[in-house]
Unconditional design. Sequence first.
Length: 361
Amino acid sequence: MSSQPNSYTDSNSHYTGGVPQQQNVPREDGPQGGDPSGNGHHAVVADPARQSLLNVRTEVGKAVVGQDPTVTGMLIALLCGGHVLLEGVPGVAKTLLVRALSKALSLDTKRVQFTPDLMPGDVTGSLVYDSHSSEFTFREGPVFTNIMLADEINRTPPKTQASLLEAMEERQVSVDGVSRPLPTPFIVAATQNPVEYEGTYPLPEAQLDRFLLKLTMPLPGRAEEIEVIRRHASGFDPRNLAAAGVRPVAGAVELSAAQAAVAQVAVAPELLAYIVDVVRATRSAPSFHLGVSPRGATALLNTSKAWAWLSGRSFVTPDDVKALSLPCLRHRVGLRPEAQMDGIQVDDVLGSILASVPVPR
């Protein structure tokens, strides 16, 4: 096994597979169960859009226990207009989390169960012959929604996986030479089982690179699992979110205002250079045969700005970049076979890179 650490720790955050959880601050204030300022000292600038989005975590928590980092990662993806890959063993509430998030944000969501016999037209839509008009009409597929839940995306063959590429990159679907725009906002929240599970097809690198974040959903701790069982013993029905008390606390208007605010977050030139240095270090890491592309650097920049805004700041700090490095980069690199045989994990190597790249002061 590698001697490298599987998490990177600094003075403000620790890395747990999602976005960071902040320590030693009150639970109820921030997006990760901590002070939104990120250090417990700086005052947070009042912003109705930010508060609305932070309230989403409380609503999702009425249905999902102990996944605050993943909820925050999903909010960051929505702020950046990016897609999310959720990885975890079956039964850790991946699907429930997406449904609860959509409910709290008043967004439309559709679920597609990806199976080996799923065809591309089952996702994007297809032309259907109308016998009354004697013409072909387009029937929209489930991709025409705000949050598309692609459940177990790695259980379908590459041809169907590839059908999502245009939708994810261009926010449109082309059928019979006609391009049809998707609703705004639009993101794909794809769940996948660990690749070691039988009946899975590894996602191609080109599609993985289209996902803004890869968030891992761990098994709950003992106390959290007891709470899950207690809720079910009290009559909780995961198919009835309204009965669980999940209510809309934000919508497209607040999300649009938040996206505009995130775009105004300042990034100093030395922070831009730091992001580039982190990304370039992945390309020369001995354990990687594939490093992060410039698209990955842009993704790290945008997610760092979103996290800074959610934390109540109008500027990005090095800690923001570190905070999003693992979820933003872990799916954009490839381990060499010999590194895999040695038991080295992707997060191990990324943690070492973060520890070795000089941090601007």
